[in-house]
Design a protein around this ligand. Structure first.
Ligand code: G1P
Length: 294
């Protein structure tokens, strides 16, 4: 199964992190020294993705700018011989024609956002990556999933999953565990899914993390998908429809998941990613200890 394209739904308003997101897209919030969206695009590139599709909304133009070349900046850095910075920017720069942008015109939910990418994806399996969830690991979460997908039936769908405390299950898509895959020990068939089950009704504590590999048949289903939890067109509901005819697998990925769309998660991610960086680790630790008076 060759996965060439990834869809990044980036139209959300980021109301959980206001006022930071009043005029700035939440995907541009900075973890250490780069915006959230940069981390997930890098994760997708590492996984072999060749085309990056952004489903944007109003006020999100700066995301497109971030992935463009910036002539004045490049010239300025060149004239000052800032080779380290030039290399750093070049490493993150998508090539010409590797990005596409389309708009979700109304905030109708994740399922609707993914459906908006149907023409850009076409008739091939694709990845969906939610930028407010970061997974700290090497290899990244999507690479782990694609490695597993390569050994599965061509028409398979995969979702990344992680256990969460039972009292938090109402915040997530939840899935039930079927059978373990005989050779991929971290993968299992999914036995039922539900989006944001009301408290006390969740079938398990296995939450869907923001990484998916889906077959293009999902688009036909999303086209007529009715509103579900929260009055939104839910991707999970579309996947429940697709699971009637195609196999879904859960993948228990390796790595630390950070929910950067919440204030505590965002702050924790900054510390976790800062402590991972060889160039910043010692300085950050020293500052934190000094601040805490130790
Ligand atoms: C979305 C999905 C949900 C998933 C979650 C992961 O919800 O609908 O199934 O568990 O992302 O972050 P949202 O966080 O957009 O409400």
């Amino acid at each position: 199964m060759k996965i060439r394209k990834a869809v990044f739904p980036v139209a959300g308003l980021g109301t959980r992190v206001l006022p930071a997101t009043k005029a700035m897209p939440k995907e541009m919030l900075t973890i250490v020294d780069r915006p959230l969206i940069q981390y997930v695009v890098d994760e997708a590139r590492e996984a072999g993705i060749e085309h990056f599709i952004f489903v944007t909304g109003r006020n999100k133009g700066v995301i497109e700018d971030h992935f463009d070349k910036m002539f004045e900046l490049d010239e300025n850095l060149k004239s000052r011989n800032k080779s380290k910075e030039i290399e750093e920017l070049a490493r993150f720069q998508p090539g010409a024609g590797e990005t596409s942008f389309t708009r979700q015109q109304s905030p109708l939910g994740l399922g609707h956002a993914v459906w908006c990418a149907r023409e850009l994806v076409g008739n091939e399996p694709f990845a969906v990556v939610l930028p407010d969830e970061l997974v700290l690991n090497s290899p990244g979460c999507l690479k782990q999933m694609i490695d597993i997908a390569n050994g599965l039936d061509e028409r398979s769908n995969l979702v990344a999953v992680e256990e969460v405390p039972m009292e938090l299950t109402h915040q997530y898509g939840i899935c039930g565990i079927g059978e373990r895959h005989p050779t991929h020990s971290t993968a299992f068939t999914i036995d039922g899914m539900v989006e944001k089950p009301p408290r006390g009704t969740s079938p398990s504590n296995l939450s869907i993390t923001g990484r998916y590999i889906l077959q293009p048949e999902i688009f036909k289903i999303l086209e007529t998908q009715e509103r579900g939890a929260g009055g939104e067109i839910q991707l999970t509901d579309g996947m429940i429809g697709l699971a009637k005819t195609q196999q879904f697998y859960g993948v228990e990925f390796e790595g630390e998941r950070h929910d950067c769309g919440s204030k505590p998660g965002f702050l924790r991610a900054n510390i976790a990613y800062g402590l991972q960086r060889p160039d910043l680790r010692d300085g950050l630790r020293k500052e934190m200890l000094r601040y805490l008076g130790q």
